[in-house]
Design a protein around this ligand. Structure first.
Ligand code: IMP
Length: 466
């Protein structure tokens, strides 16, 4: 509610001189309306290497938001959302807000879209009775073309032992074209002449590389254009000026959830480069990838798994390659939603959490999968690294430092109880509460929600997050 100058004037102490009352009322009325205007955009991001359980958090927060916007990545992501009736949905491209009636979902300008995958996902949702009419596609989002997928796979194969372990979905090559200014965007689907010109120009060079460097078949530009135009017929009506629409929604006071994919340590700038994805999952990417200015963002919610996982290659200081790691994988069901690959597992790494808090400006954490840790005598938390004999409390500056990092552990007492029915913080065993409080101390941000099972209702909310 916004109070007017008149209301503030009457509320201020009658004994204050009238000119003083007027001055204060002006300040209060203008400051308050500015706050109202700035409040409603919330960013939700992964604080580790992805797969932290963002789908569940978005689904939960989606209930309080009128808009859910994805701002980067593509169908390299994978969210599983379990509804109260037990149905589960695997989403790769479409925001999980699609499952909440009344929410408008946006694939933002920072996302890269494979049209075939988009249609498949829409058809899958519609088959199960989900209303998809509230999905908008940014006119500025880039398209993943068949040549991006071909180049992604062939490059990885050629890298051999040095490969990044990409999802093979054409993400990197599509972003390369975006930055090289030879990409194809959603809006090009609305102008066939331009589309043909762009695809032909891109393939002129790419076919040379595919044929001459990688010894692969050339890709036919006409075939690519015809296929994508046929696909576009089914979704062109969704292409929209989403930057304008989201900002208009903010001006109306609606809540917008900006949903990141992957995680902080997979960020091309802040992650464990070069073992990263090709976009900015960190909160800074939310503005660029949606068109919402930073001054309109009021909260940054980090999703943090109670332990750590990683898919693909690259450094992972707390990785467990023994039975304990296997147990976490089994108990946590740690297999990729997108690729089905088994995830690497390890203990909670507080150095990473501290880093994520800082580079994202995290205001609150949603700690997921705490239930997976039940039944352990003690639970190690990595509080620092030993890098070549030196104790380091923060993320090492260099890639070599991260590769040499050996975790320094602190042992926390475990618990045996099943947590799946806990619904308040007090319901949790004392040792589980102590584990959470230690994570808060070490990471530098409060844990406002805790996941104790895959179900939508298996969540403990401690503090209002936005
Ligand atoms: P790309 O995003 O397919 O180029 O893959 C680059 C790196 O990011 C690889 O190590 C992938 O395994 C990882 N990656 C991409 N998307 C996800 C995700 O949603 N969760 C976890 N890891 C991911």
């Amino acid at each position: 509610m916004v109070l007017t100058f008149r209301s503030w004037f009457t509320l201020i102490d009658r004994h204050t001189p009238w000119w003083e009352r007027a001055k204060r009322a002006v300040t209060l009325a203008t400051t308050q309306s500015r706050l109202e205007f700035h409040m409603p955009a919330i960013v939700l991001i992964g604080a580790q290497w992805g797969d932290e359980g963002k789908g569940k958090a978005t689904d939960l927060l989606g209930e309080q938001a009128q808009w859910v916007v994805r701002y980067q990545g593509g169908n390299n992501a994978g969210h599983t959302v379990v509804l109260p009736d037990g149905q589960d949905f695997a989403l790769h491209l479409i925001p999980s807000g699609i499952l909440t009636p009344g929410v408008t979902n946006v694939i933002g300008n920072g996302v890269v879209v494979d049209p075939g995958v988009l249609l498949e996902e829409l058809a899958g949702l519609e088959e199960r009775g989900v209303d998809t009419s509230r999905l908008l596609l940014s006119a500025d989002a880039h398209l993943i073309m068949p040549y991006h997928v071909a180049i992604d796979r062939v490059t990885e194969r050629y890298l051999g032992k040095k490969q990044i372990g990409t999802t093979g979905r054409g993400i990197g090559p599509c972003y390369q074209d975006k930055i090289a200014r030879v990409g194809v965007r959603m809006q090009d689907l609305l102008d066939e002449k331009i589309l043909r010109q762009k695809v032909e120009a891109a393939l002129d060079i790419k076919n040379q590389i595919l044929v001459k460097v990688y010894n692969r078949r050339a890709i036919d530009a006409e075939e690519v254009v015809d296929t994508v135009l046929e696909q576009a017929e089914k979704f062109a009506n969704r292409i929209s000026d989403t930057k304008l629409k989201i900002n208009q929604a903010l001006e109306r006071g609606e809540t917008v959830l900006l949903e990141g994919s992957q995680g902080t340590l997979l960020d091309v700038d802040h992650g464990t480069y070069p073992f990263v994805t090709s976009s900015n999952p960190t909160s800074g990417g939310a503005s660029a990838g949606s068109g919402v200015g930073p001054t309109k963002i009021s909260a940054v919610i980090g999703i943090l798994k109670a332990y750590t996982t990683r898919v693909g290659a690259g450094p992972f200081p707390t990785e467990l390659t023994d039975e304990a790691g296997e147990n976490l994988r089994k108990q946590g069901g740690e297999f990729g939603v997108t690729t089905g690959r088994s995830r690497r597992t390890g203990w909670f790494d507080a150095v990473i959490a501290r880093y994520a808090t800082r580079v994202n400006g995290i205001t609150d954490y949603f700690l997921t999968k705490l239930d997976v840790l039940s039944g352990l005598e003690t639970i190690p938390i990595c509080v620092a690294y030993d890098v070549d004999g030196e104790r380091v409390e923060e993320m090492p500056m260099t890639q070599t430092g991260v590769h040499h990092a050996v975790p320094v552990y602190e042992e926390m007492p475990g618990w045996w109880e099943d947590l799946s029915d806990c619904r308040t913080f007090e319901d949790l065993p004392a040792n589980a509460r102590a584990y959470i409080e230690r994570i808060e101390e070490l990471s530098g941000a409060r844990v406002s929600a805790i996941g104790v099972g895959p179900g939508r209702d298996q969540t403990i909310v401690r503090h209002t997050m936005a």
